[in-house]
Write a protein of this length. Structure first.
Length: 77
């Protein structure tokens, strides 16, 4: 029971981190971790965001090399 909850919360945290990485890539906005006073917590938050960046990069590379995805070309760009 406890292990299931731990896995569930871990997956949720990774998904949140990946969404934040996507927001960073698409809009340029990212959390300002330099404003976190405690260096230990800042380090944990930076690692948390780094996991999302890594997962986002892996997903993007997989989509680029896959035949199941195609690039949507928007007009005016």
């Amino acid at each position: 029971m406890v292990l299931g909850r731990l896995v569930h919360y871990t997956v949720d945290a990774v998904l949140l981190s990946t969404v934040l990485a996507g927001v960073k890539r698409s809009s340029g906005f990212t959390p300002e971790t330099s404003k976190i006073g405690d260096p230990t917590i800042r380090s944990i938050v930076d690692r948390f965001l780094g996991v999302g960046d890594s997962i986002f990069d892996t997903m993007q590379a997989t989509a680029i090399s896959s035949g199941y995805f195609k690039r949507n070309v928007r007009e005016g760009r």
